[in-house]
Design a protein around this ligand. Structure first.
Ligand code: C2E
Ligand code: MG
Ligand code: MG
Ligand code: MG
Length: 279
């Protein structure tokens, strides 16, 4: 009986792997044309300034609106894009679309800075910073309206090259942010060398803040560390009012999370903003 069940489990397991592999292969095949054919969309999530109690920025978060599979989240296809050498094309699209959206909002009298996520693969390309500066100078976007969010691992693999490029971008006025802080393997020595303006505490430390003494200790000491290095802090993953109040009391500069708003399309975001007390 046991052997039989075990065999059945094994079959189911094998089938699962096959389906996953097949799906992966299909996505790999389709991703390139998806970028070209306009199947990507940007959602936006507000970044609330906790001192002004006002949304001053949004983060652009990409989704793939697949014709058959529906909305595919970035965690599913960004790794594929990275492996397939598609990250520059993807980031180029995200940058252009973010800038276009910034200008559309601006023409409606809405002034929202935009944060764009950058992958480790982007920074490996020695021409990346030149490309970014070219895109910006070809448009009318004020450079200080843009923030680049970079995860720690983007810097760990080739710190010398990454730091060199980030310094150039910073010199031209881009804002730089360390994303998912606390989950990577960067050392304090490395962080100190980075020309960043902002540190985003990973949501895993924030989501359960009110019930976890450990998370409170981690967040508190991160706030102190960042502030003494002259960095502003963004807490991501705020899911309840108590966490928002706790962070505001302790001098955290910005907050982001489902309690305020989930990422949503540009029109919905404006609607939400107009009816919220954070406009
Ligand atoms: P991230 O940059 O750290 O973005 C935050 C993620 O946390 C987003 O997931 C967001 O929807 C989610 N989130 C925000 N607030 C909350 C909350 O209160 N609770 C919970 N449980 N989650 C929250 P999303 O949109 O699925 O993006 C996942 C990751 O994919 C991003 O993490 C980022 O690393 C990557 N990504 C998204 N868009 C892009 C892009 O355009 N380029 C690159 N290179 N990566 C991107
Ligand atoms: Mg981010
Ligand atoms: Mg993050
Ligand atoms: Mg993340």
């Amino acid at each position: 009986q046991y052997a039989k069940k075990n065999k059945l489990d094994q079959q189911i397991y094998n089938q699962k792997i096959d389906v996953n592999t097949l799906e992966r292969l299909q996505l790999i095949n389709e991703l390139k044309s998806a970028i070209e054919q306009g199947e990507l969309v940007l959602f936006y999530q507000p970044k609330l300034d906790l001192k002004l109690n006002k949304v001053t920025h949004v983060e652009a978060l990409v989704r793939w609106q697949h014709p058959d599979r529906g909305m595919i989240p970035p965690d599913t296809f960004i790794p594929i894009a990275e492996q397939m050498g598609q990250m520059n094309a993807l980031t180029r699209w995200v940058m252009n679309e973010s800038i276009a959206q910034y200008l559309r909002w601006k023409s409606q009298g809405i002034d929202l800075g935009i944060a764009i996520n950058i992958s480790a693969e982007n920074l490996k390309d020695p021409y990346f910073c030149q490309y970014v500066l070219d895109v910006i100078s070809d448009s009318n976007v004020p450079i200080e309206a843009l923030t680049l969010e970079i995860t720690e691992d983007a810097v760990v693999s080739d710190p010398e090259n990454a730091i060199k490029q980030l310094k150039i971008l910073k010199k031209y006025g881009l804002k730089l942010s360390i994303d998912d802080y606390g989950t990577g393997y960067s050392s304090l020595a490395q962080l100190k060398q980075l020309p960043v303006d902002e540190l985003k505490i990973d949501k895993s430390f924030v989501q359960n803040l009110m019930v976890s003494q450990d998370d409170q200790i981690i967040v508190n000491s991160t706030l102190q560390l960042a502030h003494s290095l002259g960095l502003r802090v963004v807490a991501e993953g705020i899911e309840d009012e108590a966490a928002l109040a706790w962070l505001t009391e302790r001098g955290c500069e910005m907050g982001q999370g489902y309690y305020l708003s989930r990422p949503t399309d540009a029109d919905n975001l404006v609607q939400w903003l107009t009816s919220s007390r954070y406009a």
